[in-house]
Design a protein. Structure first.
Length: 357
């Protein structure tokens, strides 16, 4: 296949591109605007492949999208391009509305126009895979709020987004499903839990804590640190996404989770414990933990039921949280130059997302 991947220089997108180039015979067209979170250094290992092409294009630019479709003639689209950091969406929601909603609309229309002009067999084989988040579902009951078996997000869970980020992603999910229902355009949607792993931009919790810990800086914990997330190793996610685009059923939604519910404070403490072993110092890294004012509208718990992925597509995560986290920390220790290069003068791991009264 020839697959157009949007956002292929980002964290999850680059993992998808690397996975497909290394493990399949498919061709990739990587379409990325190269914002602060997109970095071609994440693709150095495969950039020489004759099956890899890069297009620096904004998904809000319809004319450029049409050119890319007509030039490369893809068999499928994997749409990962998005603004994705909740804290940034709180202080600057406009970019999220523009990229995640307007950009997805433009991509859908460019892809539909291209699809309408394919021959019958190519038209039947084409699919548009939209990659989304579990945050569109809102949050779930927390163990300190409800006794007994706690619910999980399923593919039938109602949408209740809490942040500008998750609301913009929910909007894009609705657009994708509407294009299927109204136009018969062949779409598939996936919603994933929190990803972690190599090449993660250091505004997110795990890389932020690793790098701050190594530099002796504070390790900020929002509120009490009891927010629960289901953690998914990014390479497991990349395998799942390829399964969906090649084997998933048109019109279906698949939830992808790591089966690893952890409180944020547990995540930070585990990172500190691993660093105590790998890079010991006179004091324990956990002594750098500080507690800060919670994020506005912070969801308390996410957890995904990914049994549909297991039963219908024979996918389960390979990494446990412990094995994946150790691999992640070892990667950051070995790739300090990448970390320095992706942080420019506009972001030095300061707190984002505070609302000024």
């Amino acid at each position: 296949m020839k697959i157009l991947v949007t956002g292929g220089a980002g964290f999850i997108g680059s993992a998808v591109v690397r996975h497909i180039i290394v493990n399949t015979q498919d061709t990739i067209i990587n379409l990325d605007k190269l914002t602060y979170a997109g970095n071609l250094e994440s693709l150095k290992s495969i950039e020489g492949s004759e099956r890899y092409f890069f297009e620096q294009v904004d998904i809000c630019d319809r004319a450029e999208l049409d050119r890319v479709f007509n030039t490369h003639k893809p068999d499928a689209v994997m749409h990962l391009a998005a603004e994705s950091h909740v804290d940034r969406s709180i202080t600057g929601p406009s970019d999220f509305i523009q990229t995640n909603i307007v950009g997805t609309y433009n991509l859908l229309e460019a892809a539909r126009n291209y699809w309408n002009n394919l021959d019958i067999s190519a038209k039947e084989a084409f699919r548009f895979h939209h990659i989304s988040t579990d945050e569109v579902y809102g949050d779930l009951p927390h163990p300190d709020e409800q006794e007994g078996v706690l619910p999980l997000f399923t593919e039938q869970t109602s949408y209740a987004p809490s942040s500008p980020y998750s609301a913009s992603k929910a909007s894009s999910d609705h657009l994708v499903r509407a294009w299927l229902r109204t136009y018969g355009f062949p779409t598939i949607v996936t919603n994933c839990s929190n990803n972690y792993g190599p090449y993660h931009f250091p505004e997110k919790l795990i890389p932020l804590v690793i790098l701050n810990a190594l530099e002796g800086k504070d390790l900020p914990i929002y509120g009490k640190g009891d927010q629960i997330r289901d953690w998914l190793y990014v390479e497991d996610h990349a395998r799942a996404l390829y399964k969906v685009v090649t084997e998933g059923a048109i019109g279906e939604t698949y939830n992808i989770g790591g089966h690893n519910e952890k409180q944020n404070i547990e995540v930070v403490q585990t990172i500190c414990n691993i660093l105590d072993t790998l890079v010991p110092k006179d004091t324990r890294y956990a002594e750098q933990i500080t507690y800060v004012t919670d994020r506005p509208g912070h969801d308390r718990r996410y957890a995904i039921d990914s049994s549909k992925m297991s039963s219908e597509l024979n996918w389960t995560p390979v990494e446990t949280f412990e094995t994946g986290l150790r691999k992640t920390i070892e990667w950051y220790l070995a790739n300090q130059s990448w970390c320095k290069n992706v942080q420019d003068g506009s972001y030095q791991r300061e707190r984002l997302g505070e609302i000024n009264s």
